[in-house]
Ligand binder design. Structure first.
Ligand code: ZN
Length: 239
């Protein structure tokens, strides 16, 4: 066995310090000089269909109602537009997170326009990059901005998305969303199967856009939540 083989498998580099050291004590003051109020990075995860986007919009509503100002971000929402949409019909405009978007600059630019940012709602966070998650941590620690991230934990192969792994590593709190999604057999759904040509795919690109509503096998690529037993068996149930 080589040293490389024995090394821990961390997909990310060790947590770096901030690009710019904030003036004064970072533990007491945010970068703009405000006293820190103990912001937090929270990650809410669950399989498809468990209501993550609904909860994200509810969280935004609850905070906005108390006079807090926030930004909503997403990546590859089911609408494929710059908005958060939910299966139960709610929608909210959102900023699309691209690889070259820096969440810290997004917040700073918003501040520069005279708009306060107290929190970020980051939907579909498992599709963000690891760097984005580290930017979230810095926003909490140095900018005193709360970050609420929502996303899948695992991909169609049942492996953690890199950004989800980083959120598990760095978040102040991690919570599984408690709304159950059922497999066709009635057991709790846990895994997000990718169905290609009517069969559960075991390999392929980590992110492929597919239909999450159509279960009639008319879509070329679709997704279906299965219990572990039926995910392992590749059993999509009676049609
Ligand atoms: Zn099942």
């Amino acid at each position: 066995m080589t040293d490389d083989a024995a090394a821990p498998t961390c997909l990310a580099r060790p947590l770096p310090g901030p690009d710019e050291q904030p003036a004064g004590c970072a533990a007491a003051r945010a970068v703009d000089g405000r006293p820190l109020h103990a912001a937090a990075l929270r990650f809410y995860w669950g399989p498809m269909d468990c209501g993550k986007s609904t909860m994200a919009l509810q969280m935004n509503y609850n905070h906005a109602r108390q006079g807090r100002r926030g930004l909503v971000t997403t990546r590859i929402d089911r609408s494929l537009g710059p908005q958060v949409t939910t299966r139960i019909g709610l929608a909210h405009e959102a900023i699309e997170v691209t690889d070259d978007l820096d969440l810290r600059i997004l917040v700073r630019d918003t501040w520069a326009e005279g708009v306060r940012v107290d929190y970020l709602i980051c939907d579909e966070a498992s599709f963000y990059s690891v760097a984005h998650v580290e930017q979230m941590a810095e926003l909490v620690d140095s900018y005193d901005v709360d970050v609420y991230a929502f996303g899948l934990a695992t991909d169609f192969r049942s492996c953690l998305f890199p950004a989800a792994q980083r959120l598990f590593e760095l978040a102040d709190s991690v919570a599984r969303i408690q709304v159950e999604v059922l497999c066709w057999c009635g057991r709790e759904g846990l895994l997000n199967a990718r169905v290609v040509d009517g069969r559960v795919a075991r390999e392929g690109a980590q992110v492929v856009i597919g239909d999450t509503v159509d279960t009639a096998d008319t879509a070329e690529v679709r997704y279906q939540v299965l219990c572990r037993r039926h995910y392992r068996a590749g059993d999509l149930g009676p049609r």
